[in-house]
Design a protein around this ligand. Structure first.
Ligand SMILES: [Zn+2]
Length: 262
């Protein structure tokens, strides 16, 4: 499990690109922190601290979810569902305090007029498979008769669509016809940065986005406490409990590859 490492490689070109996208708000570690860090590493962190962090993260994600819904209601970006706590912190353990990353998975479903088709491949070495998610536009002409105002992506002219309707998901977060994990990660960071000032947490906490290629990672602190939170995003495989997600596999994972993760 190396997703935590992605954001920690300042030499990583892609990470730097993401970093530029989110401005200059990048965490720079003070070398004087080292002594403190070594002390912290020896402390066995009690479970209630993790519980507190998980609770705080869940409350934050609930607030974000309200705004995700509001902001995305009329768009053709993926529909975002309530976050699910994943990873060791939400299982109640962590190797040491320094490494605690509160990871959540945000399930996505296709927006109106679109459908997702998972194309799974077996990698051979493990039971875990990789998926590509093919996005297809769907006819919404029938729905229009039922009072839906959107134009049909398939049966209205390009001119009408361009003038009266926001772009299709195919033209925002996709590469060819497949959602691009890195574009989606940058989109999440933009959403988080735009919504943050409206949240009650913003009164007492400061948010810093951290570079991450395949997720949206940030640190919040209030001068006394701080939490590192990572938003992963994924698509459910049919009606199963399995998700293909943005979480990277060891080695190189291409930007349109979504490994089976949870
Ligand atoms: Zn149609």
């Amino acid at each position: 499990n190396e997703e935590g490492g992605v954001g920690n490689e300042p030499g990583n070109e892609a990470a730097n690109a993401a970093n530029n996208d989110v401005g200059n708000e990048v965490d720079s570690r003070d070398p004087d922190d080292d002594v403190g860090r070594r002390v912290m590493e020896r402390i066995q962190w009690p479970v209630q601290d993790l519980k507190k962090g998980c609770k705080w993260t869940s409350a934050l994600m609930k607030n974000f979810a309200t705004y995700f819904q509001r902001v995305l209601a009329d768009s053709f970006y993926p529909v975002l569902h309530p976050a699910i706590g994943v990873g060791s912190a939400f299982e109640g353990w962590s190797p040491r305090e320094q490494d605690v990353v509160y990871q959540v998975l945000i399930p996505m479903t296709p927006p109106r007029g679109h459908s997702f088709h998972l194309e799974l491949e077996t990698t051979g070495q493990t039971h875990m498979r990789n998926a590509s998610i093919r996005v297809q536009q769907e006819c919404t002409c029938m729905k229009k008769q039922q009072g839906n105002k959107m134009l049909c992506f398939l049966h209205h002219s390009k001119e009408e669509l361009k003038t009266y309707q926001d772009p299709s998901l195919l033209h925002t977060l996709c590469k060819d016809s497949y959602p691009d994990v890195e574009k989606t990660a940058r989109w999440f960071c933009q959403l988080v940065r735009a919504i943050w000032p409206a949240l009650p947490q913003a009164h007492n906490w400061h948010l810093v986005l951290l570079p991450s290629r395949r997720s949206c990672q940030f640190k919040v602190s209030n001068g006394v406490e701080s939490y590192r939170i990572e938003l992963l995003f994924g698509v459910r495989e049919g009606t199963s409990d399995v998700f293909v997600s943005s979480q990277p596999r060891h080695g190189h994972t291409s930007s349109t590859t979504w490994p089976e993760s949870f």
